[in-house]
Ligand binder design. Structure first.
Ligand code: FMN
Length: 209
């Protein structure tokens, strides 16, 4: 696998790849590394609400296929399809995250105590819809990092929004009220080059004030 650390090559060379070499399997070890690297993404109050379902077995893919509408090639040929979810129970992990930061010397104990008190009060009155919007942003950020990290490992991806978001959680035994679908990401060794796509000029999309 051709690996690279050239950021511009990783970013500018990324294209959605929908067709993969089905003989190439990413090992659990390497997939774990990819996820570790991707999860260096920032998140609101560092709650890290992203959750991943790595669908790489024939049985898993068989379950996924009926939900993946027109995106069948990605499901059948990829090494894995990663279903990215955002966890509505994100606040439950703050104690663990902030305690670990203290233990590792990243944060003084008194800062943690103050933060946890403030965040507990914040989450108690946070409307579910606002939490949902926030965790979806975090889910988008980690997904982007995952796509770039995949390229650093020599793989390519396709972000997929065309799937049955209503049923994805329950199909895989997850609580649909808790796990909000972000996107599917197919990942594997590219079998073709994909195609170039146009980007709007900055004049159209940015304003200076
Ligand atoms: C949230 C999201 C959903 C997408 N859904 C699909 C999809 O269902 N099927 C597909 O083939 N491509 C899908 N794409 C890929 C886009 O078509 C693609 O990113 C865009 O055309 C730009 O091409 P590029 O990724 O090669 O730069 C999706 C992309 C994003 C970001």
């Amino acid at each position: 696998m051709i690996k690279t650390n050239d950021f511009m090559e990783i970013m500018k060379g990324r294209r959605s790849i929908r067709n993969y070499d089905p003989t190439v399997k990413i090992t659990k070890e390497e997939m774990t590394e990819i996820l570790e690297e991707a999860t260096t993404a920032p998140s609101s109050v560092n709650a890290q609400p992203w959750r991943f379902l790595v669908i790489d077995s024939p049985e898993g893919k068989e379950k996924l296929a009926p939900l993946a509408s027109f995106n069948q090639t990605q499901v059948t040929t990829s090494s894995a399809v990663i279903a990215v979810f955002a966890d509505m129970n994100n606040a439950d992990y703050l104690e663990e995250i902030y305690s670990k930061a203290v233990e590792l010397g990243y944060m003084p104990q008194e800062v943690k105590d103050r933060q946890i008190a403030a965040l507990t009060a914040h989450f108690e009155k946070l409307p579910a819809q606002v939490n949902r919007e926030t965790i979806l942003i975090d889910g988008g950020l980690v997904s982007m990092q995952l796509m770039l990290t995949a390229r650093a490992h020599g793989y390519d991806t396709n972000p997929i929004g065309g799937y049955d978001k209503e049923n994805i959680a329950e199909t895989f035994g997850l609580d649909k009220e808790r796990y909000v679908p972000v996107m599917l990401l197919s990942i594997g060794k590219a079998a073709d080059e994909g195609y170039a796509s146009y980007r709007l000029p900055i004049d159209t999309i940015a304003e200076w004030k």
